[in-house]
Design a protein around this ligand. Structure first.
Ligand SMILES: Cc1cc2nc3c(=O)[nH]c(=O)nc-3n(C[C@H](O)[C@H](O)[C@H](O)COP(=O)(O)OP(=O)(O)OC[C@H]3O[C@@H](n4cnc5c(N)ncnc54)[C@H](O)[C@@H]3O)c2cc1C
Length: 412
């Protein structure tokens, strides 16, 4: 990573690391630090400065003689008589009257992101999350969707690769990147979800809540209406400390104090996405305000408090340190939305050199891919167990390695 740190330092940015959840290495939910990130006087939280990197690398490439072309849509790859991918046909956004041929003297690198806005591809390769897609995603075939949830791009690069003879990845289904950071209740760890009591719409406890945001999301997706409801007491602020928040800088930011956390609850400002936060002098009031079935919810809370008091979770086997009873008022409750869908990962069969491969695992000469679309890097679900997460790994590191290897003619 030193190459990036040096380039960014030269451009005047400090490199920081997105804080990990600060769990012990032997904790099953342990996550390493997330990606490198960049801060300046405007962007001060880790994980929000990726655009600074993209802009800086673009400037640097230009200054070294690269030509950057925007507003052009790649549509089809070209091959020579030996089967080598040699070029790309593209047209301006919104017009197919004229096509431009780009010649890839050394190779073509596909980097067109995901295919989550192509519903046919999603039904085929990642059917499990169809219900979380924005019904309008992909309708406009927008190539500049920005920071959005529920569907991004239509897999143009995947299709170009398939038409050029690529095989699909072996892992099925493609792993979705889904989170539960904005679902319900306050999370005391980065990349986490609420580790106190969660109930479903029927007022039933449904999982071991000690999970990072991805796994909490999986459990929530199987609940009625895909909703979860958090209920906790004022004591949770001190008992669940230390409070780390997503966006903190590893080794620099201190945990929030319990008082600061209570202020957030009282302001209804929990997590990065909107949640309805309620407060009451009694647990019954909170249950009522959340609209939960009273008897079932109160029974579940009573049972949870019993388990907390005995320090042993016979029902879901949550670790004792997370068994924090709902004991001290005022009491709080929160309900957010359905779990968020961010992107779908993987696609074309890819070898360790980032070469796109055919059905026999033979590289298609001249064809590479990097970023989200690289096949077989994730299985089942996205998670935070890999250092750098997706940005740091498949985008930055694989991008660097591929560029270096093509420039040095490593795989002719
Ligand atoms: C809301 C949200 C938050 C996220 N947060 C994180 C995070 O914190 N950490 C993390 O690691 N990942 C995060 N991700 C995942 C993130 O999308 C990827 O890690 C990263 O942006 C993928 O980079 P990429 O270059 O592969 O694809 P993208 O960034 O999606 O870029 C693909 C590009 O290809 C262009 N394109 C598509 N088709 C064509 C075509 N035919 N011709 C020309 N250009 C084309 C698109 O316009 C786009 O500019 C998040 C995703 C979302 C949606």
């Amino acid at each position: 990573m030193n190459w990036i740190i040096d380039i960014m330092a030269e451009a005047g940015y400090d490199t920081v690391l997105e804080a990990s959840p600060q769990l012990k290495k032997d904790d099953p939910m342990f996550c390493p630090v997330a990606s490198h990130s960049w801060v300046n006087e405007v962007i001060t939280s880790a994980g929000a400065g990726q655009q600074l990197l993209v802009d800086t690398l673009a400037q640097r490439a230009k200054s070294l003689g690269a030509q950057l072309v925007y507003e052009m849509v790649g549509e089809q790859l070209e091959k020579d008589e030996n089967g080598r991918v040699t070029g790309l046909l593209a047209h301006p956004v919104g017009s197919k009257e004229e096509y431009v041929r780009y010649v890839g003297a050394k190779g073509i690198v596909l980097a067109t992101g995901d295919f989550s806005a192509d519903k046919d591809m999603m039904r085929c390769y990642c059917p499990g999350i169809i219900d979380l897609l924005n019904p309008e995603a992909g309708e406009k075939n927008d190539y500049n969707v920005g920071f959005t949830w529920g569907g991004l791009y239509r897999g143009d690069g995947h299709k170009m690769g398939l038409w050029a003879g690529a095989a699909w990845q072996r892992t099925y289904p493609n792993a979705p990147m889904t989170l539960a950071v904005g679902t319900s209740g306050p999370a005391n760890r980065t990349m986490g979800a609420h580790r106190g009591l969660l109930l479903n719409k029927n007022g039933e406890r449904y999982s071991n809540e000690d999970a990072n945001g991805v796994f909490a999301n999986l459990a929530q997706r199987h609940q009625p209406g895909m909703l979860s409801y958090a209920i906790w007491g004022t004591n949770y602020a001190a008992d669940a400390a230390p409070w780390y928040a997503t966006g903190m800088i590893e080794g620099k930011d201190e945990p929030l104090s319990p008082e600061a956390v209570i202020e957030q609850w009282d302001a209804g400002a929990i997590g990065p996405l909107p949640q309805t936060v309620v407060k009451g002098e009694t647990i019954e009031e909170v249950v009522e305000q959340l609209g939960l079935p009273k008897d079932a919810a109160i029974d579940s809370i009573r049972r949870y408090n019993e388990l907390c008091a005995q320090g042993h979770d016979e029902d879901f086997h949550k670790k004792a340190e997370h068994l924090i009873g709902i004991t001290e008022g005022p009491f709080y409750g929160a309900v957010g939305g359905k779990p968020e869908f961010l992107t779908v990962l993987g696609g074309l069969r890819t070898n360790v050199n980032l070469q796109v491969c055919d059905e026999n695992d033979e590289p298609i000469p001249g064809l590479y891919n990097v970023g989200t679309m690289v096949g077989d890097y994730y299985a089942n679900t996205y998670n935070f167990m890999v250092e750098g997460n997706n940005l740091g790994a498949t985008c930055i590191t694989f991008g660097y390695l591929t560029g270096r290897d093509i420039a040095t003619d490593s795989f002719k």
